[in-house]
Design a protein around this ligand. Structure first.
Ligand code: KIV
Ligand code: ZN
Length: 526
């Protein structure tokens, strides 16, 4: 039976609501934190992808979290914007305040319901938890018509108690009921049983949307999500690239394509524009500095590569022999060769638009175009990936205090490496030469000499943007300072230059973070 939903209106039986929690469950996992500008950028990309609900953060968690939920609620119009809250009134009021300016706001409130969590984590009796369910949903409903209630550790909750909690939440006005497999423990048949049982026995179950939220500790998150859908859930909570706590959450791209590819078995539809999947995945990788593994379903570099002779032969005869979906359907393009060094600015701007950078400003366009020309001079073939890497390298540098200018390095097997680096700090150029244990060490020492700071380098990684020895290197540098952690990225055909750019990018991000928490600190640091 169709459901009348406060945010979506009439919801047909076969429509699956895609609830993206990349910015909340994904962002809270170590190493995946994003700054405000990055979160807004990703939220726009999720809206373009067709996510129905964006869980933008956990507003009570920190002023930064509040600020980003508020900013996304104001800036991103089509999807429902959701803020997470525990059952405490303070949490709910903060979430209500953060989503207030959304076109379609949602408060998502949760409490643990499993015996283990109630006893050891909450130290609450089941009856008190039940009261908290009613009180929290009632309070949330005073602020938004669209309220989601979640039973944390729901998959390990005693079935009768779970049914009582769900009934209390529905009676208090919840419009979505989410049953998370918080610790990634469940098997697909557990999800089938849980959703079938709740829908059959809880009064009012036919008036709400049931939702699945699965973690991937046993590698079953997507399988469990599909099982929940087949048992009547119509909202799935997921993240781009499957990022999230511990082993992650169910991956949006995998659920989307499982439904599209297996319409024969699961005749349900989503509003996801699947051709945008790859670019959204790549945007997230660029922002966080973490590439997906090559064999990652849908978005991994090898997901559509056919290496063995038998497979290649089959592919040439009929692609369906070894391909269950087309690479184009998720955004892979066959010809990603781009203009050469003679291409002009207009062609470059057009290319950027097709790559999802339609609205970049003139300054950024000029900087990116200059670097494109430079790369086109040095590299035989410039691919889409190269352009994406260099534009991402330039984006979000508006608040940049430190700029990379040039680097000369002497390295090799016969003696210490030496780096001569020029940076511009607050508009003033300085040059420093340093020796070090290898060219990267020498370069990073030169950065510290020009801009002294206490931050520690905790991660340095290098990958190739495309194939071949003239490929651009893509580097990530992670710095920590006083509990703050930032990742910087850099790309260049020269690995050491890419490393310097990544370090400078991370430093600039750290300075912005410092400014937010201790206004005035920036001036004192250099
Ligand atoms: O995994 C979980 O239980 C959660 C809830 C807060 C929904 O993320
Ligand atoms: Zn979760």
């Amino acid at each position: 039976m169709p459901i009348d939903h406060p945010s979506f209106g009439r919801l047909d039986d076969d429509r699956v609501i895609m609830f993206d929690t990349t910015l909340r469950d994904g962002e809270q996992s170590p190493g995946f934190s994003m700054n405000l500008a990055e979160k807004i950028r990703l939220a726009h990309a999720l809206a373009d992808l067709g996510a129905d609900v964006i869980e933008a953060g956990f507003p009570i968690a920190s002023p930064g979290d509040f600020e980003s939920v508020d900013a996304i609620a104001r800036a991103v119009r089509r999807p429902v914007i959701c803020g997470l809250a525990r059952s405490a009134p303070g949490d709910i009021l903060r979430a209500a305040e953060a989503v207030r300016h959304a076109e379609r706001p949602r408060i998502h409130t949760f409490i643990s319901t499993s015996p283990l969590h109630m006893k050891y984590k909450l130290r609450m009796e089941p009856d008190a938890v039940l009261e908290a369910v009613t009180a929290s949903v009632t309070l949330a409903r005073r602020h938004t018509a669209d309220v989601e209630w979640s039973a944390e550790d729901g998959s390990r909750t005693e079935p009768d108690f779970l049914a009582r909690c769900v009934e209390a939440a529905i009676n208090a006005g919840a419009t979505t009921i989410n049953i998370p497999d918080t610790v990634g423990y469940a098997l697909p048949e557990d999800l089938t049983r849980i959703f079938t049982d709740l829908r059959a026995r809880v009064p009012g179950a036919d008036t709400v949307v049931f939702s699945a939220h699965n973690h991937n500790d046993l590698g079953l998150a997507v399988a469990n999500t599909v099982a929940a859908l087949r048992a009547g859930a119509r909202q799935v909570e997921c993240t781009i690239n499957g990022i999230g706590e511990r082993a992650g959450n169910a991956a949006l791209e995998e659920i989307t394509m499982a439904l599209r590819t297996r319409q024969d078995a699961v005749p349900l539809r989503t509003g996801i524009a699947s051709e945008r999947i790859l670019r959204t995945s790549r945007l997230l990788s660029t922002i966080t500095g973490f590439d997906v593994q090559p064999n990652k379903a849908i978005v991994g570099r090898n997901a559509f590569a056919h290496e063995s002779g038998i497979h290649q032969d089959g592919m040439l005869k009929n692609a369906q022999t070894y391909e269950i979906m087309t690479p184009e359907s998720v955004g892979w393009t066959k010809t990603n060769l781009v203009m050469g060094k003679h291409s002009g600015r207009a062609a470059f701007r057009d290319k950027l638009a097709t790559l999802g950078y339609a609205d970049i400003g003139d300054n950024l366009l000029n900087d990116a175009f200059r670097r494109f020309k430079d790369i086109a001079d040095r590299k035989k073939i410039v691919y889409d990936e190269d352009i994406v890497a260099l534009v991402d390298d330039e984006v979000d540098r508006d608040h940049t205090r430190i700029r990379f200018i040039s680097l000369d390095v002497h390295a090799g097997s016969r003696g210490p490496a030496c780096a001569e680096l020029t940076l511009e700090v607050d508009g003033v150029q300085s040059t420093q030469s340093e020796v070090g244990d290898g060219p990267v060490d020498a370069t990073f020492r030169a950065i510290r000499a020009i801009f002294p700071h206490e931050a520690s380098l905790v991660l340095f990684s290098v990958g190739a943007v495309t194939e071949g020895t003239d490929a651009q290197a893509k580097t990530t540098v992670r710095l920590t300072e006083g509990g703050k952690m930032v990742d910087g990225q850099g790309a260049d055909t020269d690995t050491i230059v890419a490393s310097a750019r990544a370090y400078v990018h991370a430093l600039n991000k750290l300075l912005v973070k410092r400014l937010r928490t201790e206004p005035g600190a920036l001036l004192a640091s250099a």
